[in-house]
Design a protein around this ligand. Sequence first.
Ligand code: ATP
Ligand code: MG
Length: 267
Amino acid sequence: MSLALIRDVVAPVPPARPVDPAPELAIRGLAVAYGEAPPIFTGVAFSVGRGEQVALIGANGAGKSTLLKCCLGFVKPVSGEVSMFGQPVSGLKSRGQRELRGGIGFVAQKHNLVPRLSVLSNVIHGTLAEASGPRRWLHGLAPKSVRERAYAALDMVGLADFALRRGDALSGGQSQRVAIARALVAEPRMMLADEPAASLDPAAGEEVMAVFARVSRDTGTTLIFTTHHLDHALRYAERVIGLAGGRLQLDAPASTIAPGTLRGLYG
Ligand SMILES: Nc1ncnc2c1ncn2[C@@H]1O[C@H](COP(=O)(O)OP(=O)(O)OP(=O)(O)O)[C@@H](O)[C@H]1O
Ligand SMILES: [Mg+2]
């Protein structure tokens, strides 16, 4: 399917989006290339307001993970700008970058829990950006206030009863919920999740996405997740953004998108 056709099929009339005067994330004219290779995408522009739940979709290689890495300051654009929490990411020195990343809870496809440590210790590791050392490594040594925060985060994902289990004594879905708690314990302003349900069976994937959506709603934390599950994009995000052919091809409220039309992005 040609790109022009994709544009027609996927986003016939992009509904007017009210301009948010102080978006949490503002991306303008973004182009990214790795080395001398042609750009992965160009001219990408959108902004995300506080508390929004956004799904980022597109075929393998469209640049979804790259876009998230730009938001975290790990990948520098060749042109354009990413502003996070009102500050241009590319202008930040190392301390500013640490502060930026401290405000973002990142959840990857693989949970990367430390298998031989308790679930509670693993969640406490989410506070390592605040202070390092054994008091943020082992739950038995952690300050009471930090342990309480970790319990509260586990409670949010429905796993408070699992706090003293070993990290390797959980199912894949439970492990990913612990990874969400590990992100939440730092009380982030925004959660970025890169295919958080991709390694899970359908039921566990649903459970993890439902936890994300509920926690984001309950805490007002902005959520941006990438996914190849189009039904997850439509059900667990209020807005869907799509990359295809090196451009942003879709930016529309999930409620206005007819199931099926999104497949045009994968032409
Ligand atoms: N570190 C890198 N060095 C060079 N090229 C890279 C690097 N990371 C990604 N790429 C290339 O950039 C393009 C976009 O990759 P990216 O991982 O962002 O896509 P994606 O949309 O997340 O794909 P997937 O759905 O497979 O996760 C791909 O062609 C990939 O090969
Ligand atoms: Mg990716």
